[in-house]
Structure formats: structure tokens, C-alpha cells
Ligand binder design. Sequence first.
Ligand SMILES: Cc1ncc(C[n+]2csc(CCOP(=O)(O)OP(=O)(O)O)c2C)c(N)n1
Length: 271
Amino acid sequence: MQTLDDLKNKAKQIRIEIIKMVAEAKSGHPGGPLGLADIFSALYFHVLNHNPKDPFMETRDRLVLSNGHVCAVRYAAMALSGYFPLEELSTFRKLGSRLQGHPSTRYLPEAETSSGSLGQGLSVACGMALGAKLKNQFHKVYVCISDGECGEGMTWEAAQSAVHYKLDNLIAFMDRNFIQIDGFTEEVLKLEPLGEKFQKFGWNLIQADGHNMEEILDSFEKAKAHTGSPTLIVFRTILGKGVSFMENKPEWHGNPPNNEQAEKALAELNA
Ligand SMILES: Cc1ncc(C[n+]2csc(CCOP(=O)(O)OP(=O)(O)O)c2C)c(N)n1
């Protein structure tokens, strides 16, 4: 059983691994993964029913990463929880690596779904949740979606279907950092009031601070207990969280730190 301090410490380790991976690869996305580190620590070390030693057990909870470009956070959490050796993280984005820049089940079936083409994950997760219901399976289907993806129509088709099929085994959570590839979401394509839009569609809505471990755990507990409709947790996050010069800066969506910047980032995270 992990304590709150353990989970916070794991989040810090995840952030350190993210910086090392993206710096070593000299390409990739540091901002989103740093912003999701607390949530992924909670998932992999407390919330998910999973077993790194038996990754395909039928009763496992499924986790779909719709915003595939943030996969460094998932790979770091997977390595730290024992899916593969920590050293393998240094192969991130290299030719032949299992840890591709966007997750591919051809190389890493434990990732559950391939992703990177945005907007699809919520639909995929709906199908998995509906399938589980038809097969009388009781696991949950978690899906990480981003705010940028809400500019895509397919997200909203899935949002309607999930309510129609009463997918209360589906728990979507959103990385609401107000940033996407082209800048701030409300300037590129206004999304607010985003959570309320899902609520009007019939979703159970929970809003929480994505960097407060107690709130994160409480949100997932409430989502698990809810019945009759799918749940969306809108986590307010900060892109680049934990590295002062990256926080809330759109340019860190998809640029790797150079050696000097990586050293500075690691010094801050280790402090
Ligand atoms: C279908 C599709 N269109 C465009 C892209 C290019 N793209 C990559 S990341 C991104 C921005 C996504 O926004 P978000 O996930 O909110 O970004 P973050 O918070 O990680 O900065 C875009 C448009 C893509 N991967 N897939």
C-alpha cells in the first residue's frame, strides 16, 4: 500500500525519467508528460487494477492513452512499476525500440492501443467498455484525453455514444492544461465551458487539481463508484509542471531540452 508521500515521490521520479528520455532522444514532448506525472503516479501505483508480471490478465483495468504524444509519462510509470527495466527508457524514440515516440502495440502490446493520431482514443475506449459489458466483465476502461483533442469532431461523437450506451465502466480523464500544439486552446479554438459541455451530453463530471494527489485519488474513487453514466474527470494541469522554465509555455509542447536545459531541469526536480 503506497502512502501519499510515496505517490508524490513516484511522480517526481517519473518527471526525472521524462526529462532524461526526451533529452537523450533529442526529440519528443516534455510538456504534456510533466503535467500528467502526478496523475500517472496515482494510476500506476494506486488506482489501476493491473499486474506488471501478468500484463494481459483478463480482469485488468484497461488504460487507453488517446493523446499518444505524451507517452513518455506512461513509459516512465510502466518502467518504475516493473513492466520493463528502467534502462530501457534510454531507447525512447530509437529505431527498433519498443518505446516509440507514439505508442504502437506492434512493439509494445502492453500499451493496449496504438495512438498518436489524435481524437480517436475516446471512441476506442467506448468500444472497449461496451465490449466489456457485453461479455459481463467488470474491469474499468480508463482513457486519457487532452483538451486539444476536443477540437476534433470524433471526440464528440464518442461523447454521445458513451452516454447512449450507459458506459459507467468508462472513466475518461482530461489533461486540461489550456495548451495545444499551436498555442493556448482558448485562442486557437475556444473550448470553454468544456467540462459542462460533457455534462450536458449526460456525463458525470468531476473537476479537480491534477497536481493535488489527494484530489486525484478522491476523483478516481468517486468515478469508480458512479453508476448509470460515463464519468469525465477534468484535471486542471500545468504543462511542464515541476520545471520552472517549462511551466505553462506552449513551446515546450514538443521540443526537447538541450543538454544544459536538461541539467537545469534535473537539478530542479532533484532539489
Ligand atoms: C489527428 C491529428 N491531427 C493533428 C495532430 C498533430 N498534433 C500533435 S499534438 C497536437 C496538439 C494536441 O493538443 P494537446 O494534446 O492538448 O497538447 P498538449 O497539451 O500535450 O500540449 C496536434 C494538433 C495529430 N497528432 N493528430
